[in-house]
Ligand binder design. Sequence first.
Ligand code: SF4
Length: 179
Amino acid sequence: MVSLGPVAATRHCSFRCPFCYVREPAFVRYKSWPVEADLEWVRTNLSQINVIYVSGDTDSFAPPRTGAGLSLLGALADLGRDLLFTTRHVFVRSEEWHELKGIAERVRSVGRNPIACVSVCQLSRPDLEPRPIAQPAVRIEQLGKLNAVGWTSVLAMRPIMPAFQLRTLSESFGLQYAT
Ligand code: SF4
């Protein structure tokens, strides 16, 4: 699993989900490397890697880093491995969709699987993930578009909530939960 890493020294993600697990002390953070260092590490260890997943400690496709996230994905697409990514971002620009289509084609051309996961935490409170994250229905619609340009698309209902995430939600929104 690789990512673009933190947006800044004091901020891990462009989005601000109130339930975000990355801020929790229990979350094991990645090393904060430049993209080239990530790529070099993956290339060096490729014989031990079957699946590459862009996800984890930030949303690598959240604006303003959408282009950088796609560049990372594109570089990983040429390594001959199954390639996954997860995002809450909704791609809007035709160039981005063109790039996504090309990446999926390159992964499939060597018999590997391109898999795109779109995260939605729930449906009953569509404002729980704050702007600029698009409404859950729009993100779910994106699954079909990703599938149409060659990705196997997956709805990722997350976070999958251990107690500390439920506690964060509870404190933020006064929700009740049972452990
Ligand atoms: S998109 Fe993911 S990493 Fe970013 S704030 Fe939301 S939960 Fe955290």
